[in-house]
Design a protein around this ligand. Sequence first.
Ligand SMILES: [Zn+2]
Length: 140
Amino acid sequence: MINVSKLKEGIVIDHIRAGHGYKIFQQLGLDRLEEVVVLMRNVESEKMGHKDLIKIESNLDLDLNVLGLIDPNVTINYVKDGIRVKKVSLTPPETVTGILSCKNPRCITNQERISHVKFHLVDAGSNQYACEYCDARTRL
Ligand SMILES: [Zn+2]
């Protein structure tokens, strides 16, 4: 079992739903970091059965909106000098711009290749978002 305190300085993204770790890894661009990043998959968890976990040995500015969008149930632990100094829980963002794209093929945003489309949260439980142009529902 991984021990958070082994990380001297950095961020631990915990309670990632099993199988979602890689998605988060990609969306946050962690493959482009020069610091040590560890992605652990299918770690045993009392609460969740299995979970994924990411350790980052860097104090980068995480995009919490992206994280909340992918998996609002994750917890983020900030570690300093081997001690957890801050724990952040996420909520799905009310609106997101430029991350989601509309799944409706007839939507104007797809016809005219409009980028930075705004989506509004319609159902926090299932993380469903509505396109500002056609109101079609989508999720990441
Ligand atoms: Zn649309």
